[in-house]
Design a protein around this ligand. Structure first.
Ligand SMILES: *Cc1c(COP(=O)(O)O)cnc(C)c1O
Length: 362
């Protein structure tokens, strides 16, 4: 099916303009949701059908729905940005659509045609455009997700699936300036294994990261860094962000592994760096290389990247037996200038020479 026609069931009790204004003044992240959501069904016999816009609210789900038992579920995350002229845009949504298809293939879920993915974002913006904030570095976070809803306790791919898109206004990630984070090196837990689901955007990877994330908090760190599950020495990524290292000569290295989630932010930032003349290499990198490279002055910057925070400088890595860097490190120069270039494109402050921006409100 292509070009879904969304049936509109409008929310008769939307938030009032003043309630909405109050939320948009200080939304934080993931706390508040817009008035509507997209809801599309899939069944083995009927394919994708019954595309709807409906009031945001609880979903009825059978207690035997397989997602609740076996976790057959995937999601995406992207943002709607308001430009100075009031228009609303998103960033490389075709890449999110393709990645959702790849996640679906890995999790034995049906692939949503890219055109339907894009149409569903536009349909939601057509009713909730006023929820896209306009203050600097704010956005409307879009969360498409798909889950197995068939009521069946046998173990096989579900024959009934639901696709939804919800939206949540997001404040500036860093209030009071971009500050480097400290990350905890998890030597006990892995987020994904060889041949596992690490490259799919699926809830189970996040569930697997939570105890390690708690360990990070207990050690005064904000994020957790995972290593490969086989040898426990190659860098993989953080719980929800990819990682990039910058060398003294300006070259850039990012870990290569089939259990890393292929981030669109990382891909974009590395492309911008390549266009500036930096050598970018995707290869296995060990934690020892980082440790020794930092000590010798060979590695000069490190950052994490993902849609939510864009680029987060890494000030310190803390492990049981050693640390790299320090908690009061300042953000790297290249880190900050790449962040600025990318956000300038996203917010329409710089020309989009790559055709990355996609208009949602027209
Ligand atoms: C979503 C995600 C990222 C970042 O991907 P972006 O496309 O840049 O937002 C990185 N790692 C994990 C585990 C993720 O789920």
């Amino acid at each position: 099916m292509t070009g879904l026609e969304f049936h509109r069931h409008l929310n008769l009790q939307p938030k009032s303009p003043s309630e909405r204004a109050e939320i948009l003044a200080n939304p934080g992240f993931g706390n508040f949701f817009t008035d509507h959501m997209v809801d599309v069904c899939w069944s083995e016999n009927g394919g994708w059908h019954r595309p709807r816009i409906q009031p945001y609210g609880p979903i009825e789900i059978d207690p035997a729905a397989s997602v609740l038992h076996y976790g057959q579920e995937i999601f995406e995350g992207l943002k709607a940005y308001r430009h100075a002229d009031g228009s609303i845009w998103t960033f490389r949504p075709d890449a999110n659509a393709r990645r959702m298809q790849a996640s679906a293939a890995r999790m034995a879920l049906p692939e949503l045609p890219a055109e339907c993915f894009l149409d569903s974002l536009k349909a939601l913006i057509s009713v909730d455009a006023e929820w896209v904030p306009s203050a600097p570095e704010t956005s409307l976070y879009l969360r498409p997700f798909m889950y197995a809803k068939e009521a069946f306790l046998g173990v096989r791919p579900a024959k009934k699936v639901a696709f939804y898109v919800i939206a949540s206004p997001a404040g500036a990630y860093f209030t009071g300036g971009v500050a480097p984070v400290s990350i905890w090196l998890s030597e006990k837990y892995s987020r994904a294994g060889k041949g596992g689901t690490g490259a799919a955007k699926t809830g189970g990877n996040y569930a697997a990261s939570l105890v390690a994330q708690n360990e990070a908090y207990a050690h005064g760190c904000q994020q957790v860094l995972f290593l490969d599950s086989v040898e426990g020495k190659y860098l993989e990524e953080l719980g929800g962000m990819n990682i990039v290292l910058v060398y003294k000569d300006g070259s850039i290295v990012t870990p290569l592994s089939d259990s890393i989630l292929p981030g669109i932010t990382r891909d974009s930032v590395l492309q911008l760096a390549e266009e500036r003349g930096h050598t970018v290499t995707r290869r296995p990198v060990t934690i020892d290389e980082w440790r020794e490279g930092f000590a010798s002055g060979e590695i000069v910057e490190a950052f994490a990247c993902g849609t939510a925070a864009v680029i987060t400088p890494i000030g310190m890595v803390k492990a049981e037996d050693f640390t790299i860097g320090s908690a009061d490190a300042v953000a790297g120069e290249l880190t900050m200038s790449l962040r600025e270039e990318l956000t300038d494109i996203q917010y329409g402050r710089r020309p989009d020479t790559h055709g990355w921006m996609y208009r949602l409100d027209a």
